[in-house]
Ligand binder design. Structure first.
Ligand SMILES: [Zn+2]
Length: 113
């Protein structure tokens, strides 16, 4: 992650994006022994690392969070799933985790329509 300092012209951000796109292949497949810091130093020779910290990707999704999304489905489709005893799978668009809603889940939802 890179962050511009306050007051930096907006065009600089576009320049950074352009340079990163040019080096995309190198970033994804760094030369032996190179790490992301080496990649950054190659792309931006005048860059100065002010510090570093570990970051971790995390998605707070859960079955309970995605459950209300079933309301966006057509009621007839929900009824058909129950009639066929089929479950419905929803995929979190952020992390890709899949959640399966069984006939009981769908039936409970239909009671609220
Ligand atoms: Zn997620």
């Amino acid at each position: 992650m890179a962050q511009l300092l306050p007051g930096v012209p907006h065009q600089l951000l576009e320049d950074v994006k352009r340079i990163v796109r040019q080096y995309e292949e190198y970033i994804m497949n760094p030369v032996n022994g190179h790490n992301l810091l080496n990649c950054a130093e190659t792309m931006f020779p005048d860059m100065k690392v002010m510090g570093s910290t570990k970051i971790q990707y995390h998605c707070d999704c859960s079955k309970e969070v995605l459950y209300p999304m079933l309301y966006s489905l057509d009621q007839d489709d929900l009824l058909a799933a129950v009639a066929k005893r089929e479950s419905i799978e929803l995929v979190c668009h952020i992390c890709g985790r899949k959640y399966k809603f069984d006939v009981d889940d769908i039936s409970n939802l239909l009671k609220t329509f």
